[in-house]
Design a protein. Structure first.
Length: 274
């Protein structure tokens, strides 16, 4: 049986495939070795994944993950091999590579990931030939859920949004202003907290000022991450929860920046397994 994973910072989607066509799909916490480190990676695999797969005979693993840089891939492969020793064939690659294999179908295109974080590349149909470094949620990640949450909180806490939205935010999320500051500056994974605000932001997107924040976030993504490829002639395929959740705003921002969107998928897993 093959175990295939698409992992981001917030959530990892898994699917098991057998030769007979059996499919079992489930999710665990996100596994980003660059952000959370090896200890957290091991903890999630041992505590969340193994109980879900202990009745399956896994002989091959394909793991596509955020933070799976060339430097981190050997460490991720070693952890998977140690904890799932029956798997004799283990492939580890970036989530961006997985997204390209899911949506490109052998054609030249631009591929983007818009989830908790963001990423993008120019794909020639076979290989990634150019890549704009996303730089993470502090220095970059434009277009992502974390960037959206940061822009929204900046506007909210500096009084640029209507008072009724501020009141609704604190009442709905049961947070105080000091709670927000603490979650951003003192929690272990503030990027996840920032991205977790996306559902609330969507719920108040009818307000023009919020609407503009969403569009500005996506326009910044195209301007700073996609424009350097200098290929406005190519379709931009997008993968990730933020891309799917805010697809209408993403379409609008793409048109305003001179790009045409292709596929928009929440997860590349279904496309990867056919």
């Amino acid at each position: 049986m093959r175990l295939i994973a698409d992992s981001g910072s917030t959530k990892t989607d898994w699917i098991i495939l057998s030769e007979s066509g059996l499919r079992r799909r489930f999710a665990t916490a996100g596994l980003n070795p660059l952000v959370a480190g090896s200890a957290r990676f091991k903890s999630v695999i041992a505590g969340e994944l193994l109980p879900l797969i202990n009745t399956f005979d896994i002989d091959a693993i394909e793991f596509y993950g955020a933070g799976c840089t060339p430097e981190m891939c050997p460490e991720v492969r070693r952890i998977l091999s140690d904890l799932i020793p029956e798997a004799k064939a283990i492939t580890v690659d970036s989530d961006l590579t997985g997204a390209c294999r899911a949506v490109a179908k052998g054609e030249e295109c631009i591929v983007a990931i818009l989830g908790t974080g963001s990423n993008s590349c120019l794909f020639d149909g076979t290989n990634i030939v150019r890549h704009t470094p996303p730089l993470g949620y502090i220095l970059g990640d434009e277009g992502s859920g974390a960037a959206l949450g940061k822009l929204f909180l900046n506007a909210l806490l500096k009084g640029r949004l209507p008072e009724r939205i501020s009141e609704q935010f604190f009442a709905t999320l049961r947070l105080s202003e000091s709670d927000v500051i603490s979650r951003v500056y003192r929690s272990a994974e503030p990027n996840k907290f920032l991205a977790s605000l996306a559902p609330f932001i969507a719920s108040v997107a009818g307000e023009q000022s919020v609407n503009q924040i969403i569009i500005d976030n996506f326009r910044a993504f195209f301007a700073l991450n996609i424009r350097p490829y200098r290929r406005p002639d190519l379709p931009v395929h997008c993968v990730g929860s933020i891309a799917r959740y805010f697809a209408g705003y993403l379409q609008l921002a793409a048109r305003e920046e001179g790009y045409t969107l292709g596929q928009i998928l929440r997860s590349p897993l279904d496309a990867l397994v056919g």
